[in-house]
Write a protein that binds this ligand. Structure first.
Ligand code: IMP
Length: 182
């Protein structure tokens, strides 16, 4: 693991200050869009846990949250194209206003799968919030109602996002560059 980190250097793409300002805006917008009732947020582990924990505190409205985990990427930088449910929710979503909270939409495979799975639980409504959107790599069309930032086709880490489980604790979103590119 430490060896992996020595092969890359990180370059800040979006600073923590900018992220926090944008999350405050999203929080206000979400509260306006759900004027009555509780918003049931579903955070996708592990990448979205930091975004979700800041987002819930930025929404001035009643919120409940739970987590799901899917496995897709393994240790690589490209998707295996396969998504598997690794941890299910503890709460029922029937009749609830559900907001899926994800770190990044890349190919769209993960969110297409999750939206399909959660739709089967008969929520009243279902929407998606993603901190980052990388539209250039989209393979499946996904309707993301709340997007923090649209980013170019770069592999990013930090603020919850990892490479082989490293870098999740960086406060900023950073581009991961090889130290000695081939
Ligand atoms: P998708 O299924 O291709 O949309 O990928 C979604 C998942 O891939 C995200 O939840 C992330 O876990 C991972 N992912 C996609 N792009 C990146 C990236 O640039 N850095 C870290 N993880 C990424």
């Amino acid at each position: 693991m430490e060896q992996d980190q020595q092969q890359y250097k990180t370059r800040v793409l979006i600073s923590n200050e900018v992220i926090r300002k944008r999350i405050d805006e999203l929080g206000q917008q979400i509260a306006k869009d759900y004027p009555s009732g509780t918003i049931h947020m579903v955070g996708i582990l592990k990448g979205a846990c930091i975004f979700l924990s800041d987002l819930v505190r930025a929404v001035p409205a009643p919120v409940k949250f739970d987590f799901m985990a899917v496995s897709s990427y393994g240790r690589g930088k490209t998707s295996s194209g396969e998504v598997k449910l690794a941890k299910d929710l503890d709460m029922s979503l029937e009749g609830m206003d559900v907001l899926i909270v994800e770190d990044i939409v890349d190919t769209g495979v993960t969110l297409t799968y999750l939206a399909h799975v959660l739709q089967q639980r008969r929520p009243r409504s279902i929407q998606i919030a993603a901190l980052l959107d990388k539209p250039s790599r989209r393979m499946r069309p996904v309707q993301v109602k709340y997007v923090g930032f649209t980013i170019p086709d770069e592999f990013v880490v930090g603020y919850g996002l990892d490479y082989a489980e490293d870098y999740r604790n960086l406060p900023d979103i950073c581009i991961l560059d090889p130290v000695n590119p081939a």
